[in-house]
Design a protein around this ligand. Structure first.
Ligand code: SF4
Length: 429
């Protein structure tokens, strides 16, 4: 899909455009400078003055007039302050308020049903699951992959595995910590392959980071659910290693997994999940699923659906299969029709929502240290609603007076109920 990004207003708006461009590209989409070529147009609007708001409004109208076929997403200050007005403008398909800007790409692809295959299975976790911010940073520790999953272009595009030396990773994390970063997410094209070229492994890297840095929170990015080192699970006993893993399952039917050339079948996946949950209460497991892989029969789909339901996930990133030139899967017979793919995707979206809800419910009543972010919303009583994440990556909101600053601090709350897109937390005295 071709995406055109446009902005009005400040430097921050421009910087966000850059971040979205990268995320769209990583999700397999192309950025175009020509609005008339695009299937999707994203406008980052501005409302700093009356004039800017007027220009934003005019621009929405012009964009739609010039390319009425394209889906149109509007974000930014004007869209946040006048959500209903913008949503009612002709041609606007989705409004993303400033508080959801970090998830704009994911929201757009999911809500407008435009999610296509990622370039590699590990990417969605990095690009859309985790929010980057002044307290959280990604550290890439590895590149390349030696596997050949049939839907993945990475072995063609990225080549052999190569890992950064432990010392270099530690230096980077120490420098980030000094700059005020509190949480680091380790990422790689095939993170589990870390060290295959150095004679060590991911456990060795994690142990060294925990020993030689004082970074308060260490989190792992998307991780293929196989070849995990023997002592890997024991590492989570250290509370600095966050109890959350994004393990791409891709399908819950072994016959489909075989056609995908995945190295982890459902039984092994279930064993990993069991072990993590037994060891660490409230461990959050999230995943990626591809629906409509070539040849996926009704029976396979049902098997997959049942396995996903039985396993339970805190979040599922759903991709509708689309064939990518250069991959083995593109030449597989029995490609699935768009109608069936849509139907399965919708079914899975509903299941995913229910499973997320179940996981959130499980956490109600628990107390967690939350890393608070800078973003807040004003409340009618003069207080603010502040946001942050628990160790197991639940988004939490809590009410705070307007004078106290909790940004980048870790303070504990008790989760009391489910809110809209967050869990409500109550401060512990
Ligand atoms: S493990 Fe498979 S999906 Fe993941 S990067 Fe390697 S080839 Fe791609």
């Amino acid at each position: 899909m071709k995406v055109h990004l446009k902005t009005l207003g400040c430097r921050l708006n421009e910087a966000e455009l850059e971040t979205w461009a990268q995320a769209f590209q990583k999700s397999g989409h192309a950025i175009t400078k020509q609005a008339e070529d695009a299937q999707l147009i994203v406008l980052n609007s501005c409302a700093v003055t009356q004039d800017a708001a007027r220009k934003s409004r005019q621009l929405v109208r012009r964009i739609h007039r010039d390319n009425p076929q394209a889906k149109l997403v509007v974000s930014g200050c004007y869209a946040t302050l006048n959500t209903d007005e913008v949503a009612a403008l002709m041609g606007v398909d989705l409004v993303v308020s400033n508080k959801d800007k970090d998830q704009l790409v994911e929201k757009t692809l999911t809500e407008l049903d435009m999610d296509t295959m990622p370039t590699m299975s590990t990417e969605p976790g990095e690009t859309s699951l985790f929010t980057r911010g002044r307290q959280r940073a990604f550290v890439k520790v590895q590149d390349g992959c030696r596997y050949r999953c049939t839907f993945c272009i990475v072995t063609v595009a990225r080549g052999e595995e190569s890992s950064r030396p432990v010392a270099a990773v530690i230096d980077e994390i120490n420098a980030l910590h000094q700059q005020g970063i509190t949480e680091v997410i380790l990422t790689g094209v095939h993170l589990g392959g870390y060290g295959s070229d150095l004679g060590n492994n991911l456990s060795d890297l994690i142990k060294a980071i925990l020993a030689e840095t004082e970074i308060p929170r260490l989190r792992l990015g998307s991780l293929e659910p196989w070849e995990l080192p023997d002592d890997f699970f024991t590492l989570f006993a250290n509370p600095r290693l966050m109890p959350h893993l994004h393990l791409p399952l891709q399908s819950g039917a072994d016959s489909v997994l075989r056609r995908m050339a995945r190295r982890c079948k459902t039984e092994e996946f279930a064993a990993i999940v069991r072990q993590l949950r037994e060891q660490i209460p409230h461990f959050n497991i999230t995943t990626d699923i591809i629906v409509g892989f070539p040849g996926e029969t009704d029976e396979e789909w049902q098997t997959s659906y049942d396995f996903i339901k039985q396993t339970g996930f805190g979040h599922i990133h759903i991709f509708t299969y689309s064939s990518r030139e250069g991959t083995k899967a593109a030449s597989l017979p029995d490609q699935i029709s768009t109608g069936i793919k849509k139907q399965r995707s919708q079914q899975l979206h509903e299941l995913a929502l229910g499973l997320k809800h179940d996981f959130c419910q499980l956490n109600i009543g628990q107390s967690f240290p939350v890393l608070w972010e800078g973003y807040s919303e004003a409340l009618a009583n003069g207080n603010r609603r502040v946001f942050g994440y628990t160790p197991n990556y639940l988004r939490v909101a809590a009410e705070l007076d307007s004078l106290t600053n909790v940004e980048n601090k870790t303070l504990t709350v008790r989760l009391s109920r489910l809110g809209e897109g967050y869990m409500a937390g109550e401060w512990l005295a």
